[in-house]
Design a protein around this ligand. Structure first.
Ligand code: RP5
Length: 161
């Protein structure tokens, strides 16, 4: 059953947003990946966000660049947790416009904003949310952290040789 919705404002966001899909694949989490634009397809966005719960989604990862209104608008419609990925797009001023558009939400409508282009972290955060009620996934995340630690310690060892 699809648990995570990965959405993005444009197909030009895909090279970044694919990283969220890749890590979800690694954790064997089912997801859907769609283009939903707040500005170009507003009715599609309202429909997507307002039917997300009944379709079984548990978390939404939303990426957009420039005047990045998609994550915030989706969060205004659904009660699901929304993770926002600011994308440094062709229309972006160094990424700051996307970061601030997604980060600076008003009280009452939070978006869990990750770093610029950090779709991989968005996928890991989505996995962490799902792991609250999934012992297998929790175990996988624990192994992932241990592996990361081992990798860094190995690099440290090599550097110190
Ligand atoms: C945003 O505008 C999209 O999320 C994308 O990051 C940016 C540019 O879109 P395109 O002009 O490449 O379609 O809404």
């Amino acid at each position: 059953m699809v648990k995570v919705g990965i959405i993005m404002g444009s197909d030009s966001d895909l090279p970044i947003m694919q990283e969220a899909a890749d890590i979800l694949n690694q954790f064997q989490i089912e997801y859907e990946i769609r283009i939903v634009s707040a500005h170009r397809t507003p009715h599609h966005m309202v429909n997507y966000a307002s039917t997300a719960i009944e379709r079984g989604l548990k978390v939404i990862i939303a990426g957009a660049g420039g005047a990045a209104h998609l994550p915030g608008m989706v969060a205004s419609i659904t009660t699901l947790p929304v993770i926002g990925v600011p994308v440094k797009s062709s229309n972006s001023v160094d990424g700051w416009d996307s970061i601030l558009s997604i980060l600076q939400m008003p009280n009452g409508v939070p978006v869990a904003t990750v770093a610029l282009n950090a779709a991989k972290n968005a996928g890991i955060l989505a996995a962490s949310i799902l792991a609250i009620e999934d012992p297998r996934l929790s175990q996988e995340l624990s192994l992932y952290k241990k592996q990361m630690e081992a990798n860094v310690l190995e690099k440290d060892k090599k550097m110190n040789q």
